[in-house]
Design a binder for this molecule. Sequence first.
Ligand code: KG4
Ligand code: ZN
Length: 392
Amino acid sequence: MTNRLGVNPMRYIAGIETSCDETSFAILECSESSLADSNLPAEFRVLTHAVHSQTDLHVPFGGVVPEIAARDHLAKLPGMVQDGFRAASLRANDLSAIAVTTGPGLIGAVMVGSLFAQGMSESSGVPLLAINHVDAHLAPATLCETFHPVRDIGVWKSTRMSRFPRLTLTVSGGHCLLGYESSLGARRILGTTLDDACGEAFDKVAKLLGLGYPGGPAVERCAAAGDPNRFDFGLPLKQGNSAVRLRATNPFAFSFSGLKTAVLRTAEELRPSPEAPLPQQDINDICAAFQQSALAHLCDRLAAAEKQVSDHLKAIAAPCGLQEIVIAGGVAANRAFRAKAAAALRTTLFFAPQSLCNDNATMIAMQALIRSSDGLTTKPFSRYPFQLEPFF
Ligand code: KG4
Ligand code: ZN
């Protein structure tokens, strides 16, 4: 089995992730036998999966502070890499490839991982692979259905290969991206957010309700004890003239900033004075109503894409219809979202395993396996050069 770099075989792949507030290192081992219809190994196992979250450092600021993030990656990454090699009984020059997130992400944070990986590559002679973080979120759901961060270490797993054509949604703190892939790597962006990312909206709502950082899990917890129907925050991009105009431009665009403002107004109205804390039941009800609207928006776009893509494939007499929908990124960890999406969609749905939804290096190594390289550049970049092309 050779990969696009001509490395034969692709046996051990290291992954490095430092694009935001998780420092992470992983090593993947690939079996020598490959899947019948692809270049991918029939089995793989994760030898090292180390994730250090910086949450505690950023909590006092209510969000990620880029400089603190970069400095902490610098402090943690070398030791983590050393421990990871020791646990896997490997050395850098045993590797077939070193995969690292080169973007999108906080530039200082990305630079720490990129330069560290570049140094490892230079000193060991092992090829360096630049990985796109947004795409990498989808890799675990593409290759496997489950992964337990403790029980599955060192355990061989059969490679599940996604079936195409498929729809993909990466929904995280920095991104909200709906894509269509006719085959692996042949992807068109259907829609992205016009303002905030979905996870960012969860974080901002949590912050204005005093729930701390990161907001997603806190909002989900409060929402579970709240009444989603007490407040009606509406469905984004459904109302108003500008919304109609935007919808007409792209039916797959997302928007979360209006929702966040609606939450802010409601919280202000409920507070007897600007500094007064809200009663817990009000917080719970606001979270439940916000989460209901945000998730309904995601599901609305997914369902619209599912219908239009299916109709289109039928109209062109494609050999097969839409095969699956893959959802990943931090927000994919939300259990209410998983249930709502399963109810809203007819196509087979795959979510990234719960433990691989948030940022981690295992997904970076997995993405390297899928795509030997992303753009053949090791230059850190801040944004994916998305070209929104009309699909229909
Ligand atoms: O994928 P990720 O770790 O980082 C980025 O690439 O952005 O996603 C982090 C985001 C945060 O905004 C966090 O609040 C959100 O994912 N998140 C959630 C949940 N868990 C994490 N949002 C909603 N519900 C959750 N359970
Ligand atoms: Zn991410």
